[in-house]
Write a protein that binds this ligand. Structure first.
Ligand SMILES: NC(=O)c1ccc[n+]([C@@H]2O[C@H](COP(=O)([O-])OP(=O)(O)OC[C@H]3O[C@@H](n4cnc5c(N)ncnc54)[C@H](O)[C@@H]3O)[C@@H](O)[C@H]2O)c1
Length: 375
């Protein structure tokens, strides 16, 4: 991709709609980047939008239409809840702005195709945020794959554990049930894009012949109808058979977001919440010595992981560290007119795979969820 070095590219006028939880990650980038000029923030909540405007030194708006007319943004970040993404993105695209939209950009692939058609008609780009793909740990796995130390990829496993049932959390609070539970795959629909694009990233050419997903409710929380996903994928890629597993659990601790890529020679495993990276690969010394070298290298890496993770904490580099790189590359592409780092093809493959995973809900254990939840 052609990339302007930061500073030499024209600054694009940028605005944000939705100043809730995730917006601070986008706004921090926009306020500091040499590629963007923050020209407005919009939210239905007066308190929220005024707070964001005063924190990041920009103009608050309560209506997207007004912001589009008065602030004339060239890029709009849509950071509102999933069910609002289509209408807001359409409005922004039709005004002539590019759109960077939070995941899940739409709740199914036909809706995504329709929204992409609107972007095409408007001559603008529509880009879904696939931030974790740009985390250094995923780039580390990319490096291992590119260096050939994994060999031909045969298995990809993505596992997320988050206590979405916790009554003290935003999704588990029984006093204020989140509308997110009404999405087709409940609260997991809010996370499934991440899990799916990470599998797809290591399997772009795989044709998935089997996509079997089991959705369950193990937590017994009445207003959380689904809190567990176990899925198995089997496909064929250029180098042969590929298996993948996507897991989400609300009950297992500690919180985790683990990605393992296994191949014909070795494997790499990373954990995005802690930044842990481990490699089990061929080493000098051949088959006899490789296991010992792998253990030694793994031990040193784990030992150094403690201080590294502590440094990340004090530098406030949380798991969203990849978002800044995603936005930087995206703005460089928008300024130069080149293909953004998350392509239309990436978004469509991800969305179609999510469709197939979600389709499993109707024929799975989810049918027994209400009975379990009522116990
Ligand atoms: N990429 C990531 O890692 C990541 C992390 C968290 C959330 N998200 C995604 O970001 C999106 C927003 O999540 P959040 O946690 O920030 O939600 P939130 O509920 O904290 O904030 C959403 C904000 O949008 C505003 N809003 C809703 N409808 C609006 C409208 N029509 N016009 C203007 N403002 C409107 C609300 O008032 C609220 O302030 C979701 O799609 C979510 O899945 C992504």
């Amino acid at each position: 991709m052609a990339e302007f070095p930061s500073g030499s590219a024209p600054r694009l006028r940028a605005a944000v709609v939705g100043t809730g939880g995730i917006s601070s990650e986008h706004l921090r980038f926009l306020a500091a980047s040499a590629r963007a000029e923050l020209v407005g923030v919009c939210d239905m909540s007066r308190v929220s939008v005024e707070h964001a405007a005063s924190t990041y030194g920009t103009t608050p708006f309560r209506s997207l239409d007004t912001m589009l007319v008065e602030a004339q943004p060239e890029v709009v970040h849509v950071l509102t809840p999933p069910s609002t993404h289509i209408a807001l993105s359409e409005t922004a695209l039709e005004s002539g702005a590019h759109v960077i939209c939070e995941k899940p950009i739409t709740l199914n692939s036909p809706d995504l195709e329709a929204l992409l058609a609107t972007a095409d008609r408007s001559g603008r780009r529509l880009i879904e945020n696939h931030n974790y793909r740009f985390n250094p740990e995923i780039e580390h796995l990319d490096g291992m794959v590119a260096a050939g130390v994994v060999g031909d990829i045969g298995e990809i496993e993505v596992r997320m554990g988050l206590p979405v049932n916790d009554p003290a959390g935003r999704f588990g609070d029984p006093n204020l049930p989140s509308p997110i539970h009404r999405l087709p795959a409940g609260v997991i629909h809010d996370f499934i894009t991440h899990l799916t694009y990470l599998v797809d990233h290591f399997a772009t050419e795989v044709d998935w012949e089997v996509v079997d997903s089991r959705w369950s409710c193990h937590g017994g929380v009445a207003h959380v109808p689904v809190d567990d996903l176990d899925s198995m994928l089997i496909g064929t890629g250029p180098d042969g058979a590929v298996h993948a597993r996507i897991r989400f659990s609300a009950l297992l601790a500690p919180d985790c977001f683990e990605i393992t890529v296994r191949g014909s020679k070795g494997y790499g495993q990373v954990e995005l919440f802690s930044g842990r990276v481990s490699e089990v690969i061929p080493r000098p010394g051949g088959k006899q010595l490789s296991p010992i070298v792998n253990m030694l290298v793994g031990g040193v890496s784990l030992f150094l992981g403690g201080p590294r993770s502590f440094k990340r904490k004090i530098m406030q580099q949380g798991p969203y560290v990849g978002l800044e790189r995603f936005l930087d590359l995206t703005y460089a592409a928008l300024a130069s007119g080149s293909e953004p780092p998350v392509t239309t093809a990436d978004m469509l493959r991800t969305s179609r795979l999510v469709d197939r995973l979600v389709a499993g809900r109707s024929r799975s254990d989810d049918d027994r969820a209400p009975a379990e939840a009522a116990r």
